[in-house]
Design a protein around this ligand. Structure first.
Ligand code: DGY
Length: 319
């Protein structure tokens, strides 16, 4: 008899095809986020849960399924899951590291280039039909080549951004909780500084940290004030790392030159003031959004799910 599994939203077809013959699957057939009540209903009597970063999985949800063995999160971040509650109930939690590194680094560079060179503004202007021809002062941006990129949080994704930024001729500095070996710093062509110094010296600051109690509002008004006038903030990590209200103020005052955001404090709600700034690019959390990556994430999540259901340690167990 197959183990009963609940999936909170449909995944790419290759993943669905892999999953369906191996478990007794119930899933949300509508392409929308389920409410907590719906997740609880769906999870009743199940042994496995395959869920998304948009699903809050807390003790109350876990208690709907006393036989729950594994919560396989379809994301590298797992701040949506109460790890302590899972541990107390003997439930494995897993994530999908590694497979989304390149896609997320690509999107980071896309945001960096788009904000620096004012691509969205210029595209809107061109489409407006108002363009009267080439002009020496039109849409002057910030040259990326020769600029300094400060990376806060140098894990897999941060390193993949380094490789791309080097190809664009950027000087790269970083801060990470644990400093890399000197040999690796040399190989990557990066220099280590304190977080404050990275903020002070960077034309672009890009965030690549996990969201935890320690990184909550790491970028607050004091941190933003340290960034040079006209500098840019790029966030493809987690929204709550940035104090969105403080960010709005730094943009309103003209202190920041712009921001490229893929994530927000209260997704899908976005601070309304952010919509007003032409120098801010807003994306709907697309870091891993390529078919290749979303499929790879699903295949990895299924591998973790099946391991947990079989009583084995999931290859990407967390907590
Ligand atoms: C993750 O996996 O944590 C990403 O945010 C998904 O895009």
């Amino acid at each position: 008899m197959f183990a009963k599994v609940f999936l909170t939203r449909q995944l790419p077809s290759q993943v669905m095809e892999l999953l369906k013959p191996q478990v007794d699957l119930s899933y949300n057939t509508e392409d929308r986020v389920l409410s907590k009540t719906e997740i609880i209903e769906g999870l009743r009597g199940k042994k496995g849960l395959l869920c998304l970063l948009t699903d809050t999985i807390d003790a109350e949800v876990m208690d709907a399924a006393p036989d729950l063995k594994i919560i396989a999160n379809y994301a590298v971040g797992f701040n949506n899951i109460d790890l302590a509650a899972a541990k107390a109930r003997g439930i494995w939690v897993s994530n999908t590291p590694g497979v989304l590194t390149e896609a997320t680094a690509e999107l980071t560079m896309s945001l960096l280039l788009t904000t620096a060179r004012r691509i969205v503004e210029a595209d809107q202007f061109t489409r407006s039909g108002l363009w009267g021809g080439w002009g020496p002062l039109q849409y002057l941006g910030k040259e990326v080549h020769g600029s300094t990129l400060g990376i806060i949080g140098l894990g897999r994704i941060g390193k993949a951004v380094v490789k791309r930024a080097r190809a664009f001729g950027m000087a790269i500095i970083y801060w990470n909780r644990t400093r890399l070996e000197i040999a690796e710093e040399k190989e990557l062509g990066i220099r280590y500084f304190s977080k404050e110094e990275v903020l002070r010296q960077s034309d672009f600051v890009s965030l690549h940290l996990a969201y935890t109690a320690e990184t909550h509002h790491l970028i607050d008004s004091a941190a933003l004030a340290m960034m040079p006038t006209g500098s840019f903030l790029i966030n493809t990590a987690r929204g709550k790392i940035v104090d969105e209200k403080a960010l709005v103020k730094a943009l309103q005052s003209g202190h920041l030159g712009g921001a490229g955001l893929d994530v927000y404090e209260e997704e899908p709600r976005i601070h309304p003031a952010l919509f007003q700034f032409p120098n801010v690019v807003l994306l709907p959390h697309l870091g891993s959004a390529t078919l290749k990556t979303r499929t790879a994430m699903g295949l990895l999540a299924v591998e973790n799910l099946l391991a947990g259901l079989q009583g084995n340690v999931p290859p990407n167990a967390v907590g």
